[in-house]
Design a protein around this ligand. Structure first.
Ligand code: ADP
Ligand code: MG
Length: 287
């Protein structure tokens, strides 16, 4: 049987549970799927990045491992660009409506008016993200110094507090489903047992027409910048928030290791994923 591996990290040897349904639906269509800790040297017809959430501390090692894998999804070329949230600046320049984003280095002190967020350019699971109250510039500077790396500065999008963010999920470049995530930078936020991510409050969602449009545009802009075709992206997640004027803004475009919200999706979502895996294997002539 054709074999695929789901790449994860040592502290989540079988993922975080969201991908559980995938093993059986892949077996239904002739694909043996199993978990493997990234970097272990195990091989397969296709290695699919999933819960590799410790890469943020070992980015160089992670990107070179990705390049060494003969068949990786998403393609290794995506990894250096998409693991650094500075890609938001590229997407804004390409005309995508993005949460206003500035990339700053430690020592920066020209903080914006109003409430804002300081978060590392390389980060996942909300780790290192600080919501700064208007005027609390000493807290922002202390946080940036403690990160000791480049960071993004963005105005806090207060619509997140009531509506959260909406994640639109695509398989093989085609829309599959959507879910919402409640605001993360709140006083009651807590990390999960692995310490890798803040616990998330998720539910299924039906995106608006405006959200669907921005998500499609963001995906097209990204593949153009990367020199890929949409079909070459086995999965993509477009995270949108609502700006002050009510229009959707891109918060993140996740092409490396997004949680795909299968537990919040309709029952056929894993089957759509399995079909996209078959298409990726077919493109590689594994079949
Ligand atoms: N500019 C912002 N406005 C409002 N909330 C934000 C903003 N930036 C981040 N957040 C909150 O912090 C969380 C984590 O930030 P995000 O940019 O999604 O990074 P990651 O998920 O990779 O850690 C988001 O899910 C959101 O709740
Ligand atoms: Mg996020």
């Amino acid at each position: 049987m054709v074999k695929v591996l789901f790449a994860t990290c040592a502290s989540l040897p079988a993922g975080d549970g969201d991908d559980d349904a995938l093993i059986d639906v892949l077996a239904d269509v002739g694909v043996a799927a199993d978990w493997s800790v990234w970097g272990s040297g195990e091989t397969a017809d296709l290695v699919i990045l999933r819960s590799t959430w410790d890469y943020t501390e070992r980015l160089g090692e992670f990107t070179s491992w990705c390049s060494s894998v003969p068949a990786l999804a998403n393609p290794a070329a995506v990894v250096p660009w998409n693991t650094d949230k500075s890609y938001l600046v590229d997407l804004a320049a390409a005309g995508v409506p993005v949460v206003p984003t500035r990339v700053v280095a430690p020592g920066f002190s020209d903080w914006p008016e109003g409430e804002f967020v300081v978060k590392p350019t390389v980060g996942a699971g909300s780790r290192g993200a600080l919501r700064v109250a208007a005027g609390d510039h000493s807290a922002a500077s202390a946080h940036l110094d403690s990160l000791g790396v480049a960071a993004l500065v963005q105005p806090y999008q207060s619509a997140v507090d009531s509506a959260g963010e909406t994640a639109l999920v695509f398989f093989g470049g085609q829309y599959s489903h959507a879910f919402t995530k409640g605001a993360m930078l709140t006083p009651d936020a807590e990390f999960d047992e692995s310490g890798l991510y803040l616990v998330e409050r998720l539910s299924g969602a039906s995106p608006t027409a405006a959200q669907r449009r921005v998500a499609e545009d963001a995906l097209d802009a990204a593949v153009r910048l990367l020199g890929l075709r949409r079909g070459e992206l086995l999965y993509a997640r477009v995270d949108l928030v609502t700006g002050h004027d009510g229009a959707p803004l891109l918060l993140e475009l996740e092409l490396v290791e997004p949680s795909l919200g299968f537990r919040q999706a309709d029952a056929a979502a894993p089957q759509r994923f399995a079909s996209a895996v078959r298409a990726a294997l077919s493109a590689r002539q594994a079949w």
